[in-house]
Design a protein around this ligand. Structure first.
Ligand code: ADP
Length: 376
């Protein structure tokens, strides 16, 4: 556990970067610090490994006051990942990962074995191990950065915008893999981002800071979206927070409608005969949905090029947000639902999803949700 006890930081010149922060990052969980640029996130993070010293207050790792620990030893026990990875350009990938183990005096064999294991674990092809950082893409460099931080198996990880410099698709992949890794590793993680979507996706707990280094609210993501503590937090979590909060609710059993389907290679006449209303769902041999077609517009047998790609597919029983999105995005206005194996199970309309949402909300009214830990 990392505990901030009334921690403040004033920089020379008078800027208060962090103002009397009281916060606990529980062991084995991801605590995300989020807020606009300049609100003191990086300063907060760097005070944990004493790259920056607090002006007042203290920071504890379990029962140890960090101010009393030897700085170098403290840092070796904390993994640190930054934007652009911060790799040593003249060391190979595998040598970068082995940095801390070597400082700890591990022999060459053990260090290399551990480094290769970790590169595999973070999803980097081992063919890259002997290359130099500049020969890797941004996303690959970030993976190496994460592997390096994990090398000596520190219980604590500090991560400062680790995924911000890569494109959105790679960022999503890195986030998903990071969550899978953490599910195995159970590190105590303090993670900084300015992106509320990233905070909500990754955080077990999200701490929202405002400029001036004041903690505005700390809560789990679902609570934060449903009960922002003030106007600042409400603005920061965004206008579509009601919709995004649906991501935390699993869909109850929905009234699924059967839907005629057709396979690739069917003729326009066959498709017209099967269609209900101008749209027809195409599935593969295993009944995995492929896309919709408009039979009246077909001039040749159905192939993959003719498919309308607009609609999303959701898991029946998955998050309500995905189910509603499937209904809203479907050109046929019927959302396509699949089971855990990806097999088509039926369609649902948006109004049916909304009815289900109303029903899931009703029992909650009046019952206490998880308590917030609002600041002060
Ligand atoms: P964030 O990570 O949220 O963008 P920072 O912790 O980097 O915020 O900065 C918080 C505030 O402290 C900002 O106003 C910033 O300009 C100021 N600041 C950061 N580092 C220094 C420094 N070394 N000297 C003076 N002011 C600083």
């Amino acid at each position: 556990m990392i505990r901030f006890e009334t921690v403040s930081k004033q920089y020379p010149g008078g800027t208060t970067a962090v103002d009397r922060l009281r916060l606990e990052a529980p062991s084995g969980q991801i605590t995300v610090l989020v807020g606009p640029s300049g609100c003191g996130k990086t300063t907060t993070l760097r005070m944990v490994n004493r790259m920056i010293e607090p002006t007042s207050g203290s920071i504890w790792l379990d029962d140890q006051d960090t101010a009393r620990l030897d700085e170098a030893a403290l840092r070796r026990g904390i993994g640190y990942v930054i934007q652009h990875a911060g790799l040593f350009p003249h060391r190979t990938v595998v040598d970068n990962v082995g940095t801390v183990p070597r400082l700890l005096g591990w022999d060459r064999r053990k260090t290399e074995k551990r480094s290769m294991e970790l590169l595999e674990r973070v999803g980097l092809d081992l063919a890259f191990a002997k290359r130099y950082p500049s020969q890797l893409s941004g996303g690959q460099q970030q993976r190496v950065g994460v592997a390096r931080a994990l090398a000596a198996d520190p219980p604590i990880m500090l991560m400062d915008e680790p995924f911000s410099a890569v494109d959105p698709i790679v960022r999503e992949q890195l986030q998903d893999e990071f969550l899978r890794l953490q599910a195995d590793l159970d590190k105590t993680i303090l993670f900084v981002t300015h992106d509320i979507d990233e905070a909500i996706k990754l955080g077990d707990q999200v701490a929202v800071l405002r400029v001036g280094g004041v903690l505005a609210q700390v809560a789990d993501p679902a609570y934060l979206l449903a009960h922002p503590a003030d106007d600042f937090v409400a603005d920061f979590v965004g206008r579509d927070r009601g919709y995004r909060a649906l991501g935390f609710h699993e869909a109850p059993p929905l009234p699924l409608s059967p839907e005629p389907t057709i396979g690739l290679g069917a003729t326009p006449a066959e498709a017209r005969a099967a269609s209900l209303d101008g749209w027809l769902l195409v599935v593969d041999e295993d009944r995995h949905p492929l896309g919709w077609v408009e039979p009246d517009r077909l001039s040749a047998p159905i192939d993959r090029q003719t498919l309308h790609r607009g609609g999303t597919v959701a898991a029946a029983g998955g998050p309500l947000r995905n189910v509603l999105d499937a209904a809203l995005s479907s050109p046929a206005r019927r959302g396509v639902l699949v089971n855990a194996s990806g097999v088509f199970v039926g369609t649902v309309r948006a109004h049916q999803v909304l009815t289900a949402i109303e029903q899931t909300r009703r029992p909650e009214a009046g019952t206490a949700e998880r308590q917030p830990e609002d600041a002060r």
